[in-house]
Design a protein around this ligand. Sequence first.
Ligand SMILES: [Zn+2]
Ligand SMILES: [Zn+2]
Length: 370
Amino acid sequence: MKRDYYEILSIHREASVTEIKSAYRKKALECHPDRNPSAEAEEQFKEASEAYEVLSDSQKRAVYDQYGHAGLDSRGFHHGFSDMGDIFSNFSDVFEGFFGGGRGRSRNGPSPGQDLRYDLQLSFMEAFQGLERKIEIERQESCVSCEGRGYPKGHEPTTCRHCGGKGQLYHSQGFFTISSTCGSCQGQGRVVKEHCSECRGRGSIGRSKKLNVKVPAGVDNGNQLCLRSEGEAGKNGGPPGDLYVVLHVEEDHRFQRHGAELHLEQKVSMAAAALGHEVEVPVPEGHEKLRVPPGAQTGDILKLSGKGMPNLRHKGRGDLLVHLFVETPKNLSPKQEELLRAFLTESGEKTAESSFTKSPKKSKKSKRWF
Ligand SMILES: [Zn+2]
Ligand SMILES: [Zn+2]
């Protein structure tokens, strides 16, 4: 009579793949010959391995959950394990870094170089105008002398005799097969007889490289420029990585930026706002005259079309939106006070009454003069 797989691994029926794996590893450790040198332990280990084999496979697990052992039998899913080597070769991923590593992965294939990052600080005006900047980066470049192989031409590496090219050695210990990295080839599976004298066999050399970075006008804080293939050299013929230039744009004390749109608060005197007036407002490249219409209120917005930041994706520039702030005059001169009193008298009680509304919020609606 076969035991329940979940019971064997002491897990609940909803256990995740990770839980199943760690339960199996725990079981395997309990059955280790150093701790438990008996035929019974070996049987338990085989049993646990079979349970793991089924439960770690979503298809087999679904069949087992629904039809039990009989279901697996009828589909030919039951096979069990004859010996330890069979188990280890099947579940090398489970035992990786556990009993001294599973089968070594090939480290000789081409692998791409790493991407690099460079942080570039820009002023607001540099972002507005765009610029070209020379930067210097440290990176690993493919060795010219050996073309990145690590050994001179005509000195091809030979397959390691100790491990037969696997990079791993397998020892039997009790019923366990323990694998370890081959010392002769350091797990590479091949032996290089002569190293390139230029790069000492590494295939790449650390070099500092000067690059020209073109920053387009209109970039914003956090934008990245990608310089293709300017990262670290790849290994064994793999492509180089990319270089990412991360832009940090300083804020400007005059403007608030939303993409290509700029915002600015402009103070206007009470009289200028009432009568209408021309004011000078800052724009990125200098100053611009702006007509404040008569009767303008605090919060009203005026637009200077095409005076914002350059658009990155299409031509032209965003707008500059001017938010008005009407200032009540303070520290009046006797003459000013006299004029304002005359103004108040002229306006009479009407002004005081009409300025008082039942719901002040409704009257605060700002007007867009465009
Ligand atoms: Zn070299
Ligand atoms: Zn070897």
